[in-house]
Write a protein that binds this ligand. Sequence first.
Ligand code: NAI
Ligand code: MG
Length: 369
Amino acid sequence: MSSNNVDTHEKLFRIASIPGDGIGTEVTEAAIQVLQKLAEVDGTFHFEFEHFDWSSKNFKERGYYIPLDGIDQLKKFNAILFGAVGSPDVPDHISLWGLMLPLRNSLTQYVNVRPTRILRGTSSPLRPEVCGPKDLDWVIIRENSEGEYSGHGGTTHAASGNAVATEVSIFTQVGIERIMRFAFDTAMLRPRKKLTMVTKSNAQRHGMVLWDQIFHEVKKDYPDVETDKMLVDAMTVRMTLKPQTLDTIVATNLHADILSDLAAALSGSIGIAPSSNLDPTRKHPSMFEPIHGSAPDIMGKGIANPVGAFWSAAEMVRWLGMEEVADKLMQCIENVTEAGPRTKDLGGSANTKEVTEAVCREIEKQLKR
Ligand code: NAI
Ligand code: MG
């Protein structure tokens, strides 16, 4: 049995927490408080957290984010809770390639799932006639291991004053097929059974054409799923003007990264959007994190919206096999987005602590046996 399979007899879940930088640390602390409350009140399981301080501050002192045995240490956990990485005094490509991307790659988390909907009590910036409260309910399936973020490329001739840089996108048959199958499986489990494939195969005639071809091949195995195809530029228009026509969406690493920030903004705030970095084979632990970054502009003020981290925590609970508990946690979170307190990005004036305590109180109210 692999080490991250769950021992359902004991119901002890060992969780690695990697808070990272900036508001990543603030929202991760809040999410842990909520998860501990959930376990305490439910009483049928508990969490044991171990914290890994792989921050940019440590990177500057030691010269690395992840220690040599870091990935092996993580493999012993049932799941990972991640905050965000990024610090104004470390170039972003160094921090992302020092921490975030090696984690996703080494733990074969080749799927990134990004659900978006308008939580109760929040509203879309779109006009009500374009987007009612139920008109935006999407799951974006992001390819998480290759494509534009493969890390292949280089820079030469810099000294000549005419630098040459390449950034090579890599698309593999195996990589495309596995993400397509995951997307179709996801669509099958949703009421509308609808999948939109995003591409840019008009201008990009190799990798993106292979992406299209494999989509059409895999589609044959899922006759019940209604499909369509969008070029990524036109997709931004459709998301904004006809949100109700979309359901499950599959896109490349870069395209889905961009589209999911747009999705978060259209659903009310980047501060509420969750993500799950999954190894669907369950050989390695999966990792759960809000989609936002370290937000240096608000760090240290205690005002970050923790809802994206809470929703990510709920997705972790779901992945650990506790569907019902995850649904209850989501209800508690939405009771708070509906009744308040809310942070500034959702039109309120509450701080992180007030929202966290409100969700904890809600858990006590709703889950007490
Ligand atoms: P960001 O998501 O950190 O911030 C964008 C804007 O949204 C800021 O105005 C911020 O205050 C606001 N915001 C984000 N999360 C919020 C929350 N929970 N509550 C309230 N407001 C929130 O994106 P940005 O500014 O592009 O990147 C900042 C740093 O984070 C960079 O170093 C970047 O590389 C890194 N980053 C890391 C990610 C990760 O670790 N997965 C993802 C995205 C960015
Ligand atoms: Mg992003």
